[in-house]
Design a protein around this ligand. Structure first.
Ligand SMILES: [Zn+2]
Ligand SMILES: [Zn+2]
Length: 274
């Protein structure tokens, strides 16, 4: 059994309106592509910042630019016009946990993917809001992993997305020296105590870093702590579904992972990778 849960029906660029991409035909195309690639469990998790309701949580300029769709229309579309699992990719916004929990708890997801993209007003993965403009690598990495642990500990999320996203630029941004486990360690207590599933994401293979998230040393720590794994591609087009899964499955086998998380109405079970 293979899964792809952290999936977007449209790209992040302007001109990718809901009316063009949140359609039964597009969803069917995703289902077909997934089936061809042996992915039986398929769900979508659009970015929370695409929805007007997200502005009740946070009013970051990037969110104000993007928050045009209706969240309940999205949920109704996925439930009524597709056979996909219903998820959402929600940011961890420190200090706004209650507001985000209100938004999430009011709807019936199969799973909620939790992400750290921002450190305060600055993004680790968006050049327009580049956190490296004002902070050095050591500070960015430390704050990122502290925030990741808090995100897990918040209890709002079922899956912790792209756990070492901070490496996304590879050598395109300053990197800390030496053994990176001192940063991973900062997130471990929160993650271990939360029982959250950790995402193994092939998205990093399509980014400058050219690596799966999370890095082997981090994944080994997560597995030691007993974290179950959720496998996703973070595809934004059907062609990217299951991208790099041969590599991901070999990676998981090497680390002794034989089961993947499957989600339904926020209940989790494990299925053999097979
Ligand atoms: Zn993300
Ligand atoms: Zn995503």
């Amino acid at each position: 059994m293979l899964t792809d849960y952290h999936v977007h029906l449209r790209r992040d660029e302007p001109g990718t309106e809901a009316s063009r991409y949140l359609t039964a035909a597009n969803a069917a195309r995703y289902r077909e592509t997934a089936a061809e690639r042996g992915i039986a469990e398929l769900g979508v998790a659009e970015h929370v910042h695409r929805f007007r309701q997200a502005l009740d949580v946070w009013r970051h300029p990037f969110w104000r630019l993007n928050a045009v769709d209706d969240l309940d229309d999205y949920c109704a579309f996925v439930r009524e016009e597709t056979d996909l699992r219903l998820g959402i990719e929600a940011d961890f916004v420190p200090g706004r946990e209650d507001r985000m929990a209100n938004l999430l708890d009011a709807r019936e997801w199969d799973y909620v993917v939790g992400s750290v993209h921002f450190l305060a007003e600055w993004a680790v993965d968006d050049a327009d809001y580049d956190v490296y403009r004002s902070l050095d690598a050591e500070t960015v990495w430390r704050r990122y992993f502290e925030s990741l642990g808090e995100a897990a500990r918040s209890g709002m999320f079922d899956i912790l997305a792209h756990p070492d996203l901070v490496k996304v630029w590879g050598s395109g941004r300053p990197l800390p020296d030496g053994d990176l486990r001192r940063y991973y360690e900062l997130a471990m207590d929160g993650i271990a105590e939360s029982g959250i599933a950790v995402e193994v994401s092939t998205a990093g293979l399509r980014k400058p870093v050219g690596e799966i998230y999370p890095a082997p040393a981090f994944l080994a720590m997560l597995l030691d702590a007993g974290c179950p794994v959720a496998l996703s591609s973070d595809a934004h087009v059907a062609e990217d579904l299951g991208h790099g899964y041969d590599q991901a499955v070999a990676y998981l086998a090497e680390l002794g992972v034989r089961e993947l998380c499957v989600f339904e109405r926020r209940a989790r079970r494990l299925e053999p990778i097979g």
